[in-house]
Structures are given as structure tokens and as C-alpha cells.
Design a protein around this ligand. Structure first.
Ligand SMILES: [Ca+2]
Ligand SMILES: [Ca+2]
Ligand SMILES: [Ca+2]
Ligand SMILES: [Ca+2]
Length: 382
């Protein structure tokens, strides 16, 4: 805890109640048969070819590999925007925007493809596309709010520092039940897609047009980034879409804790005025969220000017993609908070283990003592 910037520490305190407890670390495993690669330079036409599902990079060495291991698709991980100026600028300046997903057919071993790609000069980094697991919330819902009440001074300080606390809080999780009466009023409505401008999500807003030209059609109530074909969940897990409905309850519970905690002290009917929750689904009904999906969600949250990104999931494998994306988000002054997991080991857990991320372990009311079930080790901030 010592040495943390007061503001970061504060935000971590506020959200500490949200994370807690996972019962096991999941062994890292290849999820979709896809490989994530960071190119030294992204060809100008990639966004276009990816949209057309054209399996070509326009880079000779990469295309030679593509002939031997024909990709099903090549997709940029960063959200594709129609604003070419914005896209080009980002591409030139930040490695987080040079990642692409190479989807291989079933006949190709992803590990072999990975080996081939890592040999190329044009490929700066490559890794298998793996999945993170959601962390279990505490069984006792009072733990979160009681702990928060005991930290009432943190809220006081937050008000002072943040003024009216007009913060967009992106919750990257299993989605949020946006019909829930206690939550609906706290959820962000994207003005760029609120066609009739009434501040409410209604049928008129779903006009099938990307009204704000950000590359997402009708993203008025957030987005569902879940495309995880190797993690069948019985629900919506194959295609990304504009419906981030929660299919397992985890994200709804997280949003409820955030809203309820704020309500204890700050809120007038929920979060402070102007403070809203951005619903970004990246975890399916089984509690799995692929790297490319959570990475896209983080980049989207940054593009929407989120002030805080809340991540109650993780695993122990190292991911260069998420490292890049998290660094980029931090460089845009986004506060990132992630749960530390509780494999009861000192294995470093990600994304909570990345330097810019506030890592939150489960605690008891005596917050100087980490609860016995959390991870311990050098990366725990709180
Ligand atoms: Ca509307
Ligand atoms: Ca849009
Ligand atoms: Ca629209
Ligand atoms: Ca995916």
C-alpha cells in the first residue's frame, strides 16, 4: 500500500468491495483456435481486409505463412473506427493498436502456427488466444457494503477530489441485466447512439446505423464483445453484438455493488449524478472471457472516455496483448482495478499483476490483514 498515489489508492478502496474470492486459478489453455500477433507495422489496408474476411496481410512473409496455414479470418483486436485520422494516429503511436487475431481452421495446430509466426521479423510478439475466468463474488453480499461503510472517509475524499464524481465506470464482466429496476438508472446511455436524444434506451435508438461512426452499430447501452467458439455456454457466445445482457449474474452483481456502495454515501438514487456504469460484456455464461475479447473491451472503454475500468477476473498466464492494452489505457488516465484472484499462491495474477493496475485482494474488515484465501505476493496493492 505504501507508495501508491493517493488517488489510485482511493479508487482502489472504493472498489475493493467489488472483488474478492475466486476458488481456483484456471490452467491456461488455448481457447479459440487462434493466435494473437503484434505486427511491427500494421498495413494500411488491414482494417478493410479484415472486415471483408480476406485472409491476406499484404506483407510477403506473413502471406507466405498464410498460404501454408490459411487463416479463416484475420481480425484487428482494436475496435475499428471509421474515423481514419483517429485510427492512423493511434496505430502510429501505440503498440496496443497493432495486434491482430489470426483464426486458424481446425486442421491447424495453433502452437505450430505460433512457432512459424514468431520467426518473422514483422511479428513483434505472438501468443495463443487464451481465456480468463471470472472471480467469484462473496457469498455474503453484506461483506462488500459493510467494508465500504467502514471506509466512509474514502468516499468523502473521493467527493473532494472528484468534484461531482462524473465518472464513467466501465464494468468488463458477464454483462449487466439492464432491465433490473435498481440498476437501469445507473447504466450509461451513449449519447452518440441515443437517436431520439431522450437519455433512455428505447426501440427508436436501434436504427441499424452506426450513428457516431465509432465502428459499433447501435452501441447505445454498451457492447457484447464475446466471441469464444471454444467456450460453448449454451447462450450468446459466438458473435459480438449490441446486446450485453448478463447470462450468469456476475456482472449484474458487480454493478449492483458499485451502485449500492455509492448509494450508501454519495448517491441520489444510485450513483452520483453524472456517474454511470458502462456495460461491456466479455465473459460468457460459463464465466470465461477470451483475451481478444477483454482487450477489445478495454480499448472500447478508453475510446468512450471511461474514468475507471473494473475487471473482476484474471488468470496466472502472462499476456503481452493485455499488457499493451492496459498500458495504453493507463496512458489515457484511466484508473484500472482488477481482482487479485485467490489461488492461495504467490503466482502473479493478471491483469491485476500489471504495474498500472490497482490489484485488489479479498479483505476482512481488518484491512491490514489479507484474508487467508487471497493470493499473496508482491503485486497486491490493497
Ligand atoms: Ca433513446
Ligand atoms: Ca456506434
Ligand atoms: Ca444507431
Ligand atoms: Ca474472442
Amino acid at each position: 500500500m505504501n507508495g501508491m498515489a493517493p488517488e489510485r489508492r482511493l479508487m482502489g478502496l472504493i472498489f475493493l468491495c467489488v472483488f474478492l474470492m475466486s476458488h481456483s486459478g484456471t490452467p491456461a489453455e488455448a481457447a479459440e483456435r487462434s493466435v494473437l500477433i503484434r505486427l511491427r507495422e500494421l498495413p494500411g489496408s488491414l482494417a478493410k481486409t479484415a472486415a471483408q474476411d480476406h485472409p491476406s496481410f499484404g506483407i510477403p512473409s506473413l502471406d507466405a505463412v498464410a498460404r501454408r496455414y490459411p487463416p479463416v479470418r484475420i481480425v484487428p483486436v482494436a475496435p475499428v473506427t471509421n474515423d481514419t485520422n483517429r485510427l492512423q494516429k493511434a496505430l502510429l503511436t501505440n503498440s496496443a493498436f497493432r495486434w491482430v487475431k489470426w483464426v486458424a481452421p481446425d486442421s491447424v495446430e495453433p502452437e505450430r502456427l505460433l512457432d512459424e509466426l514468431l520467426r518473422l521479423d514483422e511479428v513483434e510478439a505472438a501468443e495463443l488466444n487464451r481465456a480468463f475466468r471470472l472471480h467469484h463474488l462473496p457469498d455474503d453480499p453484506l461483506i462488500g457494503s459493510q467494508w465500504a461503510l467502514s471506509r466512509i472517509r474514502a468516499f468523502d475524499a473521493w467527493e473532494v477530489e472528484r468534484g461531482k464524481a462524473e465518472v464513467l465506470i466501465a464494468v468488463i464482466d458477464s454483462g449487466i441485466d439492464y432491465t433490473h429496476p435498481d440498476l437501469a438508472g445507473n447504466l450509461y446511455v451513449h449519447p452518440g447512439e441515443d437517436v431520439n436524444g431522450n437519455g433512455v434506451v428505447d426501440a427508436a435508438d436501434f436504427n441499424g446505423v452506426d450513428d457516431d461512426h465509432n465502428g459499433f452499430i447501435d452501441d447505445v447501452r454498451g457492447w457484447d464483445f464475446t466471441d469464444a467458439p471454444n467456450y460453448p455456454s449454451g447462450g450468446d457466445y459466438l458473435e459480438r453484438d449490441n446486446d450485453p445482457m448478463d447470462e450468469m449474474g456476475h456482472g449484474t452483481a458487480v454493478a449492483g455493488l458499485i451502485a449500492a456502495v455509492a448509494d450508501n454515501r454519495i448517491g441520489i438514487a444510485g450513483l452520483a449524478p453524472g456517474c454511470r456504469i458502462l456495460n461491456l460484456r466479455a465473459m460468457n455464461a460459463g464465466g470465461y472471457g477470451e483475451e481478444d475479447d477483454v482487450a477489445s473491451a478495454i480499448l472500447y472503454a478508453v475510446s468512450m472516455k471511461a474514468g475507471v475500468i473494473n475487471m473482476s477476473w484474471g488468470d496466472t498466464f502472462v499476456t503481452r496483448l493485455l499488457d499493451d492494452v492496459v498500458r495504453y489505457a493507463a496512458s489515457q488516465n484511466v484508473v484500472l482495478v482488477a481482482s487479485a484472484g485467490n489461488a492461495s499462491s504467490d503466482m502473479i495474477h493478471y491483469p491485476s499483476g500489471f504495474e498500472p493496475v490497482i490489484s485488489v485482494g479479498a479483505t476482512t474488515a481488518e484491512d491490514y490483514y489479507a484474508a487467508s484465501f487471497t493470493n499473496y505476493g508482491p503485486t497486491i496493492d490493497l
